[in-house]
Design a protein around this ligand. Sequence first.
Ligand SMILES: [Zn+2]
Length: 150
Amino acid sequence: MGKESPLKLSQREPDAREEVPMRTPKRLYAEARIIYHPELLTCLHCGDLLVGWNSLAWDKTVQTLDGLLSIATRPGHCPHATCPGSRLRLHSAAAQRMAPLGSTYGYDVLVRIGWLRQHQRATYREIHTDLASRFPISESHGRYLSQHLY
Ligand SMILES: [Zn+2]
């Protein structure tokens, strides 16, 4: 009997299953649905009233300190095909203030993490405890946000 050596990845049992998470992830349901419209009402080129595109943009779920929101914007454009404004997709500034591009956490959450960390000198555990009292978040995810954003 030879000495056992640790298995290499390629030597895993052929029937080895893919790793399954310890817990099934919680499904989160947004508490409110908000569709934003551009604040600008008229075309920058010809001055006519803007109309909305048929499709929504930035359709995503954002965790804020006040709850989980489902947000999207309906971009606007000029109705005249010959106007340069007809090709524009004008978005809502208010929607852009909700969360950074690509983030599912609102600026209010990110600002709170920064304030706890920089001003209160909170540890990762304390930051997690604070966030977890407001919405479901794992300790590792709280740590990730704290480390990668500040
Ligand atoms: Zn126009």
